[in-house]
Design a protein around this ligand. Structure first.
Ligand SMILES: C[S@@+](CC[C@H](N)C(=O)[O-])C[C@H]1O[C@@H](n2cnc3c(N)ncnc32)[C@H](O)[C@@H]1O
Length: 157
């Protein structure tokens, strides 16, 4: 449980997590929408270091791992979701290059210029679209694309 309440009843957050943790996705996307977004990115082999922010239990992260050969970190604030992602990665034989991290989108554990691609489905609005894009942009090496449709470009050094 995330919170111990005085009356020992689960909190609203506990119930929310319980309702979502067993779902393939916590948002409205699909395999097809991930594939369509990927189709805009050109050569997928150039992405070596990828982050999926607000990954939930990793519905889209697993699809990304099918198409991208690089290392992928799925980050979410809820350990319950990240544990599910790690289990799925293990079951799919992807755990060497797909790892879950518990963290917050506004305090990301990545170095500047360390990512080639940032993916985020249905999650950036939790910290605000503009704030998210301006904060995340510094983490990108070269250029990247945010799944929600905004292109994040950075001049090459
Ligand atoms: C609508 S769900 C989308 C999940 C997943 N991307 C999908 O499409 O199935 C939003 C996700 O963002 C996560 N989230 C919300 N605020 C966050 C924050 N500040 N830092 C990290 N994750 C956050 C939630 O835990 C949730 O998993």
């Amino acid at each position: 449980m995330t919170e111990q309440q005085e009356n020992n009843q689960p909190s609203f957050l506990d119930l929310l997590l319980e309702a979502h943790v067993g779902l393939e996705r916590q948002g409205p996307g699909s395999r097809e929408t991930v594939e369509r977004a990927l189709s805009f990115l050109g050569d997928l082999n150039r992405f070596e270091s990828i982050a999926d922010l607000g990954c939930g239990t990793g519905g889209q992260t697993l699809v990304l791992a099918e198409y991208l050969s690089g290392n992928i970190v799925g980050l979410d604030m809820f350990p319950e979701f990240v544990r599910e992602l790690d289990k799925k990665a293990l079951r799919s034989g992807l755990s060497e290059r797909l790892k879950g991290v518990v963290g917050k989108m506004e305090e990301l554990p990545f170095e500047k210029n360390s990512l080639d691609l940032i993916w985020s489905e249905g999650a950036i609005d939790n910290i605000g679209f503009e704030k998210g894009l301006s904060h995340w942009r510094a983490l990108l090496e070269g250029e990247g694309l945010d799944r929600q449709g905004a292109s994040v470009e950075k001049e090459k050094k």
